[in-house]
Design a protein around this ligand. Sequence first.
Ligand code: SAM
Length: 278
Amino acid sequence: MSHTPNTRQGAVKQITSHSNPIVKEIKGLVAQRKHRKESGLFVAEGLKLATDALDAGWKLRYLALGPEARENQIAMEAAARAKSRGTLILEVSNAILAGVTRRDNPQMVVGVYEQQMHDLSYIDPRKAKTWVCLDRIRDPGNLGTVIRTADAVGASGVILIGDTTDPFSVETVRATMGSLFHMPLVRCSEAEFVEWRKSWPGTVVGTHLRGTHDYRDVEYTEPVLLVMGNEQSGITDQLADACSHLVKIPQEGQADSLNLAIATAVMLFEVRRAHLKL
Ligand code: SAM
């Protein structure tokens, strides 16, 4: 994927054509994981996300402003902040915004950001509270919701174990509602996680439909690793063996299990309640 040269950053450019190379680049980032992987960029829609990202110090490659945004004081302030940090500001039509985001009613602002992803060495257990560890998560909506919930509960971050859905897809980013810019993400293989976990000083709790403990009966010693399973198959035997406790959320009725993001929310608020002694 081609990159716009640095000399064009920090400027303002009007784009009127759907075949403009930057428009094509943004479309590629929305449509294909391969383009996001090769470029290290991703697309996030909306003014709130742009201001969240700027506040949190994320790097913005492009900020596309529709006609409405150019009349909006907050959007223009965000554009001025971004421009002062080297972002190329694009003045575009609503038709171009709709085309790049594949939406009939596009947001007035669309940003292209540099991805941030860490490895396990990023995590300092002495400073950690709770890290959510997701085993091979598949669904973008679930991943975005988990990131948002982890942020809401004041968790330290999210670890993606094994082959997962892309955290930088438009669907995942939308579902995070801006929390992507506040929650550190770590990626690792299952083998790396199992090895690294051996030196973890706190509770490592796995959630399992055949868990032997009720989730309310466990003492959660910080820092906590909360391991959540794949939507179809749950957590692997290797990850289950790596946990100090396997817990179950008791259910009534006929449902086989809870949705992954719902189960994560129940668990995170229980861990938080235990620490706040509510
Ligand atoms: N068929 C899968 C299984 O056998 O584990 C169901 C996976 S469930 C949809 C996805 C994840 O949500 C599980 O791996 C677990 O982490 C969590 N989960 C869902 N319901 C749960 C419950 N009642 N107790 C504990 N964890 C649960």
